[in-house]
Design a protein around this ligand. Structure first.
Ligand code: NAP
Length: 272
């Protein structure tokens, strides 16, 4: 983060502060909490943050107009649309109205496509943060059997691509399981894995007895069934793991750190 701080300070000194716009549609408490945190932390860093909150019953067209307006602003380097959008709104169509160089979450098809092609440009923050977390804690992923539980847009899908990429901090053998998998295959995949990543948002889905050989477990998937954060790993999993991330304060801070790195990446790309 020191590098980000330095770049933010440098841009401010030159009178061209970095600008991040967050767009929250509707009033989902979880999404609101995430956006509040991103707003607070970006302001603390010295990034100019633009906090756009829209009613949950906004039309697709009005949402896209708003995003185009942010896209045209020269003081906005990066635009984040909080995922998921309320029912009835199309997230991908909304993203397509943003210039890919302002797509700070790295979820625009151009950025996801570059990731899949092995030429990553703006990488989604949660997958990127998980890779860092594993590397910093000495988990060498090369040739490891990794299972990702979930194939969602923000975590499972890009993470599985990143983990299997030919790069020094990845190069893993990756299995992806999802609701279309046979329940027995979910269990079998976890039993064989050396690293298990929960990215489902299904509370307590992964059972302790499935963790056979003390794998590393990463709790990215979090849900709030009674207002309290619950991970995809059932109680008792940590005791059977060689290393684990906490449900809160593990992957989340890494996600936000990469959000801010990506703001600087957006600025660099805009100026290129
Ligand atoms: P998503 O789009 O809802 O994807 C969830 C995925 O999990 C889907 O692929 C779904 O399968 C699969 N799944 C759900 N229940 C399952 C089950 N019982 N068995 C097998 N697979 C199951 O979510 P996302 O945006 O990728 O996010 C995933 C999780 O990470 C969520 O809990 C989210 O809150 C959390 N998250 C955490 C952070 C962080 O910083 N810690 C950041 C972003 C997201 P189908 O595809 O078949 O429906």
């Amino acid at each position: 983060m020191d590098e980000v701080r330095a770049q933010v300070a440098d841009a401010r000194e030159r009178g061209e502060p970095l600008g991040l716009a967050t767009v929250l549609v509707g009033d989902d408490p979880g999404s609101r909490k995430y956006v509040d945190m991103k707003q607070r932390e970006s302001t603390e860093l010295g990034i100019e943050s633009h906090d756009v909150r829209l009613a949950g019953d906004i039309s697709q067209e009005r949402l896209e107009d708003e995003l185009r307006r942010l896209g045209d602003r020269t003081d906005v380097d990066a635009v984040l649309v909080q995922y998921p959008l309320p029912r009835g709104l199309d997230y991908m169509r909304a993203l397509l109205t943003i210039d890919p160089v302002k797509d700070v979450d790295g979820l625009h098809p151009v950025n996801l496509g570059l990731l899949a092609a092995g030429e990553p440009r703006i990488v989604p923050g949660t997958p990127r943060g998980i890779l860092d977390l594993l590397q910093w804690h000495g988990v060498d992923l090369a040739a490891k059997r990794v299972v990702v539980v979930g194939r969602g847009l923000t975590v499972g899908r890009p993470l599985s691509v990143l983990l299997s990429s030919k790069r020094d901090d990845a190069n893993a053998t990756v299995t992806v399981v999802h609701t279309g998998s046979r329940p027995d295959d979910l269990r079998a995949a976890v039993e064989q894995a050396e690293v298990v990543i929960g990215a489902a948002g299904s509370p307590g889905l992964i059972q302790p007895e499935w963790l056979v050989d003390e794998p590393v477990i990463v709790a990215a998937g979090v849900s709030f069934p009674e207002g309290k954060a619950v991970s995809d790993f059932a109680p008792g999993c940590r005791e059977r793991a060689s290393a684990w991330t906490p449900t809160t304060g593990g992957v989340g801070p890494m996600t936000r750190a990469w959000l801010f790195v990506n703001v600087t990446n957006c600025r660099r790309l805009r100026q290129a």
